[in-house]
Structures are given as C-alpha cells and as structure tokens.
Design a protein around this ligand. Structure first.
Ligand SMILES: Nc1nc2c(c(=O)[nH]1)N[C@H]1C(S)=C(S)[C@@H](COP(=O)(O)O)O[C@H]1N2
Ligand SMILES: [Mo]
Length: 424
C-alpha cells in the first residue's frame, strides 16, 4: 500500500544531501527507520493511474535516456571515429548501440544471405562459407574489449590551451572513448583454418573486410590458431552493422584495427603482407627514427569514469569513484586509486567477474572534503606490468608517435566541484 500523499514530507534536496554526506552508512540510514515519505511519482501523471502503452516487438530504451556516441566535430560522415560515452555506461558490457565505431570506408549494408567468407592461400582445401554455414559450426562466447590503438592519442603531449579539438580534452569519452566491451559469439578461427588444412610453412594470415577500405591486416598464425574468433554475435544478437555485421574478427587483447569487420576473406600466407594499415598507420615512430611495426598488444590501462572531465560534484560528501581497467595481456590483477595526484594510493574493489581481455569495473568509496583533489587510477595486470605515467612513456617513445597511449589519466576536482582533464 502506498502511504497517503503528504507533499510537505517529500524529501527535499537538503535531506538528500545530508543522506549522501552521511556517506557509506547507507544501510544504517535505512535500518534506522527513517520514515518513508513522498511518492515514487506524483499525480497527475502517476503511471499507476492509467493503462500503460502497448507491448513492443523490439526493445527501445526509455525516452528519458539520452546517451549517444560522441562524434568529433568536422570531417566526413563516412570516415573516422564515434566515441563511447564511458562516463554514462554501467558495469562492464557496452550496449551495442553505444559500442565505439571506427570505419574508414563508410558503413556497408550487407545482406547475410549473399555474404561469403573465403579461406584460401596456403591451405589444402580452399573453402567458401556462407554465414548460415558458419552459424552451424561449434561456437563459443567471450566477453572481450576492443580498443583502438589511437585511443587517448590526444593526451600524448601536454594539454595545450586552445587545443584543436577541445571537446576531447574535457571528457573521458573524448580521451578514452575508443574502447568498448561486448560479449562476442562466434567460431574459433582455428577450427575453420584446420578444416581448410593449413600447409607447412604458413606462418601468417591476411584478413580482409568487405567495406570500401578492406582494412587488410596481417596476423601471425600463432595468434590465429590461439584465440581469434570469427564472430556473428554481439551481446546476444547479431553484431550491429557499425561493428561488423554479419561477420567480424575479434582478436582478444590486440589493437582494434586487426579486429577486421565485415570479414570476407582470409588468405593463408608465409609472411606479413605490409598492407596500408600496417605501414602507413599503426606503426610507432621512435626517437631514433626507426618505426616499431606490428605493435599488436594493448597494454594494461585504466581510467576513472566518474567523476571525470566535464562533470561537476554538487558539494562535499560521499562519492563512489568508478572506473574501468583492462589489459591486452589477460587479467586485471589490481587497480589502485589516488585522490592526491599520486602521492598515496588505495586499492579499489574489482567487480566480479574479472575476465581475461575484458573491461573490469572498479570502485572505491571516497569522501570529498571540498578541497582541490587530483584523481588517478593505476592498473596492474596478471603479468605484473604496471600502467605507466605519461612521462615514462614519452621518455621511451618520444614525441613522434602518439599511438598506444596507456598512461595514467588525471582528473582535477576544483574547489567548486568542477572536474578537469589535467596532466599531473
Ligand atoms: N573492414 C574494416 N574493419 C575494421 C575497420 C574498418 O574501417 N574496416 N576499422 C578498424 C579499426 S581502426 C578499429 S579500432 C576497430 C573498431 O571496431 P568497432 O568499430 O567495432 O569498435 O575496427 C577495425 N576493423
Ligand atoms: Mo583503430
């Protein structure tokens, strides 16, 4: 039974603030038997007073939810990146509709009934598979992150005033929004390659997409035979067109670019093919003038998603610091959080399940005293690798290249509660 409407007893924002200030004694506040006042929703638009809407065959989110992918201003509509609003996603799964997108040849419109996957080159039995045939093969599902190696590249140099793309500098979606995590379902590539019969001396494959760029990438046979997926499922349904419908490669822990979308061809070969995407791009020019090529693994990284750049804390009191951590080498073992710019660190709680090559959600209770604070997170993975400071990365790699930036991110909370992207 609902209590009678007593508008004068409706909790005020002062009550709410007091509640949050009281902090982590959440359960205690409720157990203390504070009277429950007010209504879930006040008349006259109380939904319990009218018949609701009709059933819908395919779910839509509430019209009050407005989260969308962020698009850098300017540029072509068909080309570039759409960033995940990491500050607004919850848990470890990125909703498919908000999974980041990088496409270089526009969004292809593929009929799965007409799409084919060709496996040829150094194989005994070249084969052409339909999507239907692939869906019949023994399958697996895995929760895996995909991160573009260009994620966080805008942060490589000191934050300049009047930066060309100021929106990126402000928020975690701009600085870190080129990583997302889905449950991918598909067929192990190893199974398909074994069916085709890989010949002796075949040490690489070249994967090609069906879009206008093809996005051809060479992958070592050892990885192809290890854990690469030919995926036709994302979060319980077919992948969204933006994420590779009807087939894509998912290459656990390796840079986004090798996760070839709209997959239509695999050529088994005996060397890397030096394609455009692994020569003109995705290399790292070192200070000595040599370029590092085939930098496949995405090293351990983490970022606090709340509070983060562009947000504003309403006042001193309790906050749950929340963030995401991941490692291309496997498990996240530990995430530490500093609220004083790296002087002292505390261990964050890791939310189970903690999975290899997946986003890991971390949290830590924090009481903001209203003074300036600098928030940082630092991830350690199962190999013992510790997420570095930006200065350490720049010392080794110099300023010629800004790819593969997995540095510690700093958010400054100013005394007025506003949160800013800074290099601490
Ligand atoms: N065929 C094809 N595959 C592609 C791309 C592309 O443009 N075409 N972009 C690549 C890049 S650079 C990245 S980071 C990932 C992004 O995957 P997502 O768009 O599903 O997030 O896809 C990769 N696969
Ligand atoms: Mo990418």
């Amino acid at each position: 039974m609902n209590p009678p409407s007593t508008p004068e007893r409706t909790p005020t924002s002062v009550d709410r603030r007091r509640f949050l200030k009281r902090g982590v004694t959440f359960g205690a506040a409720l157990a203390a038997g504070r009277p429950i006042t007010g209504h879930a929703q006040l008349a006259p638009d109380d939904p319990s007073k009218v018949l609701g809407g009709p059933l819908r065959p395919y779910g839509e989110r509430s019209r009050f939810e407005q989260s969308v992918r962020e698009r850098p201003p300017g540029g072509l509509d068909e080309f570039g990146g759409n960033f995940t609003p990491l500050d607004e996603t919850l848990g470890i799964i990125t909703p498919s509709a908000l999974h980041f997108v990088v496409q270089r040849g526009g969004l292809p419109d593929i009929d799965p009934g007409r799409h084919r996957l060709l496996i040829h080159g150094m194989v005994d039995r070249p084969v052409i598979l339909t999507v239907e045939e692939i869906r019949r093969l023994p399958s697996i599902s895995r929760i895996l992150f995909i991160e573009c190696s260009g994620n966080t590249r805008t942060e490589w140099r000191a934050p300049a005033t009047g930066a060309a793309l100021p929106w990126r500098r402000k928020s975690v979606r701009g600085t870190h929004g080129l990583t997302s995590c889905s449950e991918w379902t598909g067929v192990p590539l190893s199974l398909i390659l074994r069916e085709a019969g890989v010949q002796k001396g075949a040490t690489w494959i070249v994967a090609e997409g069906a879009d206008a760029t093809g996005n051809e990438r060479s992958l070592p046979m050892a990885k192809a035979m290890d854990d690469v997926l030919v995926a036709y499922g994302q979060n319980g349904e077919a992948p969204r067109p933006e994420n590779g419908y009807p087939l894509r490669l998912v290459v656990p822990g390796w840079e986004g670019n090798v996760n070839v979308k709209w997959l239509r061809r695999i050529t088994v070969v005996d060397r890397p093919y030096m394609t455009r995407m692994e020569t003109a791009g995705h290399t790292a020019l070192m200070p000595d003038g040599k370029a590092r090529q085939f930098n496949f693994v995405m090293e351990a990284k983490s970022v606090i998603t709340s509070p983060s750049g562009g947000q504003r804390l309403p006042g001193p009191g309790f906050y749950e610091l929340r963030g995401l951590a991941w490692s291309g080498r496997g498990l996240v073992r530990r995430v530490e959080i500093s609220t004083d710019g790296g002087k002292t660190w505390r261990d964050a709680r890791l939310q189970a399940p903690v999975l290899r090559f997946a986003h890991t959600r971390f949290r830590l209770d924090w009481r903001w005293d209203g003074r300036e604070a600098v928030l940082q997170s630092r991830c350690t993975d199962e190999t013992g690798y510790v997420q570095p400071a930006l200065t350490e990365l720049v010392r080794v790699r110099g300023l010629n290249s800004d790819y593969f930036n997995n540095a510690i991110q700093s958010w400054k909370v100013a005394a007025d509660g506003s949160v800013h992207n800074v290099h601490a």
